[in-house]
Ligand binder design. Sequence first.
Ligand code: SF4
Ligand code: SF4
Ligand code: SF4
Length: 326
Amino acid sequence: FELIGSRGKTGERGADLINRLGVETVKQYLTRDLQNRPDQQVVECHTKLIEDQSDKTILRIRATCGEVDSKQLRKIADIAERFGKGFVHFVVRGSPEIPCIDKQHIPDIEKELGTVGLRILDGGIDNLQTCYGGCCTESIMNTHPLLRGIERKIDELGMRDLKIKISAAGCPSSCGIAHLSDIGFHGGVEPEVNASLCDGCGLCVPICKRKAIEIKDGIAIVDNEECRYCGQCLSVCPFEAITEKRRGYAVLVGGHEGKDTRLGTVIAQFVSEETALQIAEKCLNLVRARGADVAAIIDEIGIDKVKEKLTSFSDSIAVTTNNNQE
Ligand code: SF4
Ligand code: SF4
Ligand code: SF4
């Protein structure tokens, strides 16, 4: 806390600090004087939610996009009080979970959830996860319609039991964990500098955290290898010299969480919501046909083959293996 974050001495994120100073320097700072520091107070947690009885379970509730309305939230709280121990845990993928539920009550709870349009998340496709999507000021694409569309497609295809994780983020930041999913989507915008309007003032240079902009011969140049397509530079130029060349979703496949965490690979860029939906459908069919997760399919047949299978239906897709977005 002394060192990183907006209130730390550096004001930087941990990863940026390590990139700048090296991990050894950061480690030395964080571990020096440990013996001389007063003992830290440990906060004890008295909530006993660990369930070791076989007749109890954790009830998982599907909440697409991590959203429940106030009526649904009241119902979840009511169920937690009557059937559990009054606690609800919200997991990374946005679904509420109620621990310590007696298994014999599941059918009754399912009926009650149904009265407010909720259903149990019982294996198969994990909660469709997104960040704030269109509500966030950084957002480039509104992810909620895309995920709702994918959810409808899953129901149409009768694929609720498929083991697959799907996520979306409004921009290339990682809040939506698009890079840690079998198939993930994130919004992106490609900047373009109009040389005749740029006066080389350099205001756009420090805005770019990727250091992708430099001034050469009095004109801003964007390094496409480094650009993360976050769109931050577009709003700072006083001469409107940076404009939007393309906007859309990047599609990443083969990521997953867990003990062997793996980042997804970008297979398409700047695709429309409609095309993203088509790629998602192809991905669902591929996973069902091969009976394996996307990372395993990539390991078996190669990323190029997977890319071809998921994107070959459209000539208009900007396909790339450049993974610099993550
Ligand atoms: S991923 Fe981007 S759009 Fe989504 S919440 Fe994070 S910063 Fe906002
Ligand atoms: S802020 Fe605009 S005018 Fe200034 S260097 Fe960047 S692109 Fe050029
Ligand atoms: S879009 Fe983002 S990463 Fe790309 S040049 Fe602009 S600020 Fe940098």
